[in-house]
Unconditional design. Sequence first.
Length: 141
Amino acid sequence: MMLQTDTAQNWDWPEAAPRDTSGQAFLNHLRFTAMACRAKARTDLFEACALLAVDRSQSRKAHAEALVLSLNEALGKRPIFHRPGDAERSFDEHWILQLARVLAQGDEASATFLLHSRVERAKHRHILFLMSRISEHFSLI
């Protein structure tokens, strides 16, 4: 068996970025957004989605801000976000992450169940819009 001295030829480059199945990158993105939005005024869920739907070029940051600023309206209480990088997760973070995962998997029944468990029916469409636009930038499955 002969060893090659040129290791660059034998290097296996990954075809895609490694998947973060734990969802930590997704949660940290929302946690940083929540920290940045602490002093901002809360946003009406319908208005936030209407503005973002008109301009499809808006970034995931804009969608995350809209979600964080209007999530209290959808949940009926202010959601709890831990500090970025914190291993502990709140119930709200677990719920958000699970919703993002089932949306990424295309599991409409589970998404409907999760939404019915915490969000009034009139706000389902808006939360689905924001969550799907954010989660499409992360590998959650």
